[in-house]
Design a protein around this ligand. Structure first.
Ligand SMILES: *Cc1c(COP(=O)(O)O)cnc(C)c1O
Length: 369
């Protein structure tokens, strides 16, 4: 017997999350200094200038523990989102919040439902709790929302053991989204004792009339939990701040489990400052819309299909060439994301970069296609 034999089976069976290749790693390997990372849906414009200043100011007191209650961040968020501060749970990224939610509701007797091709973290946190994952088949490739969530298929998987349902709106890596009525009807149909987690990591990027703000339904559905993040449009992925908005009762449970100092001093200061710069958010949105169009036009002109996306990335069908294209782009200093572990091996996910980064990508693709 070794100590490894004592480890939990559910932990030994985990397949660790594969992140996008870090820019420094590729630069080290190739001996270059100008690699372009379009692999993790980060903001190509960086973050607000206000953030840089706030971090500098906050860094003079890092000998003190952070505010475990995140008072000022919650107050700023509460004001912006028109909810009570007591409904907000701050996480070390929204991944942390997803993990807290899983641990709050799931054990080995429970089931969780999510969609095929959904964000991989759902599978990880469910398995870490030893719970059973029920994976709903996604919509077909020729659906309007190709490979998107099939809400009827998800409903059909509800059993007496279901405790949690994960929905990403929009979903990563498909970029597909759910409309207001269909999502609300779905939540309405789910029994009230099941936690419905709506992951809105890309909320600020979506510009569709029918796209819902799930926060509006919190009063009506006490089992609804919405998660958002500062990692995407606010450009703070490296600092790790995300949050859940829920009923005050669920918030209270999450906070019993939450590590008291899970969001650090610099991250809290940065998040507060970033909320104050909505001009930066607007500029990021503008860059994204232009970039999405630029890329879509490019692949249209090459007769290469992609999954229409409302987020800050595009998953493109390179077919059997996809592995080669990934490797060739890497050799030329551009990192995109292979989707084999999302069961979409013919696709590569490309984050919307700056106009210049995308021009460089297209130039390299011209040589490969
Ligand atoms: C990027 C992403 C997140 C955010 O993760 P953080 O931990 O907040 O950086 C959450 N959900 C989805 C679907 C994502 O793609």
């Amino acid at each position: 017997m070794s100590v490894i034999d004592s480890a939990l089976a559910q932990v030994k069976q985990l397949h660790p999350y594969t992140p996008g290749k870090p820019v420094e790693e590729l630069e080290r390997e190739l001996g270059i200094s100008n690699a372009i990372k379009l692999a993790s849906n980060e903001n190509p414009l960086g973050c607000s200038q206000l953030v840089q200043r706030a971090i500098k100011r906050a860094s003079s007191h890092i000998e003190l523990y952070p505010d475990a209650n995140a008072f000022y961040l919650k107050r700023a968020l509460a004001e912006r989102l028109a909810v009570d501060a007591g409904q907000i749970t701050i996480g070390n990224g929204s991944n942390d919040v997803l993990d807290l939610l899983a641990r709050t509701f799931l054990d080995s007797s429970a089931e969780a439902i999510y969609s095929e091709h959904a964000f991989l973290v759902y599978a990880l946190v469910v398995q870490a709790c030893g719970a059973k994952a029920r994976v709903a088949p996604a919509l077909p490739e020729d659906a309007e929302q190709a490979y998107g969530h099939d809400l009827s298929a998800m409903l059909a998987l509800i059993s007496e053991n279901t405790r949690v349902i994960f929905i990403a709106n929009p979903n990563n890596p498909t970029g597909t989204w759910l409309k207001r009525t269909e999502l609300k009807d779905f939540i309405d149909a789910v029994p009230g004792h099941i936690a419905v987690i709506v992951d809105e990591a890309y909320f600020e990027y979506v510009d569709e009339n029918d796209y819902p703000d799930a926060l509006q339904w919190l009063g009506e559905f006490p089992n609804l939990i919405v998660t958002r993040t500062f990692s995407k449009i606010y450009g703070l992925a490296g600092l790790r701040v995300g949050y859940a908005i829920s009923s005050a009762e669920v918030n209270d449970l999450l906070n019993r489990l939450r590590q008291p100092f899970n969001a650090n001093t610099l991250a809290l200061a940065a998040a507060i400052a970033s909320l104050a710069d909505q001009e930066f958010v607007k500029a990021s949105l503008g860059n994204n819309q232009k970039g999405l169009r630029q890329l879509a036009d490019y692949f249209d002109s090459k007769n290469i299909s992609y999954i229409p996306s409302v987020a800050n990335f595009l998953s493109v069908k390179f077919g059997r060439q996809s592995e080669d294209i990934y490797a060739n782009l890497l050799q030329q200093g551009i990192i995109v994301r292979p989707l084999g572990n999302y069961n979409l091996p013919e696709y590569l996910r490309i984050t919307i970069g700056t106009e210049q980064q995308l021009a460089s990508l297209m130039e390299k693709l011209d040589g490969l296609l």
